[in-house]
Design a binder for this molecule. Sequence first.
Ligand code: URA
Length: 206
Amino acid sequence: MPITILDHPLAADLLTVLRDKDTSPARFRQHAERLGYFLVAEAISDMPTDEVALETPLEPTTGTMLHRPIVAVAVLRAGLGLLQSVLTLVPDATIGFAGVQRNEDTAEPIEYYTKFPELSAARVIILEPMLATGGSLSWAIDKVKENGAKDIVCCCVVAAPEGVGVIEESHPDVRVVAAALDRELDPNFYIAPGLGDMGDRLFGTL
Ligand code: URA
């Protein structure tokens, strides 16, 4: 599985604010959305384009447009923190939701809601900010594949080596884009150093 780690000073700056335990939920949401622009732009960077003819105010010329539609699938609830980034960059994207809760003892995924638009012809961008054990992301990839997805990229804010290994093994055809590859999972399956519970930090449920 190809994994791309962002290499940009502004993305690193934004991630640093997310990691800081003193960042308020309002600032956290704003910085997650901004960092999401980098992740989503990278997730689209290898998409095919079509040449199109147009006229500028000066003369006829050609440009390029994305060949395929884009679907973003937000893994609830932390994936909502990156959703606005997709909608701002790609207003025509359609949106799916994958509701999964992790069993706090085993970290196994428990499904509670799924709803997807047409996936088979699209670049499907799964928004799963914390790639920890890989259980939820692997489950979400299974779900979108069952529903026809063939071209899948995952946007993660932070990935743990353990989760990357799980996705590499279970879905070698899926590319992961992350802002950082962190050291390890702690005994409670949190990513270290990480940024804590992404959903709690986004929505102030600490
Ligand atoms: N989910 C989170 O929100 N944070 C982690 O560190 C791991 C999983």
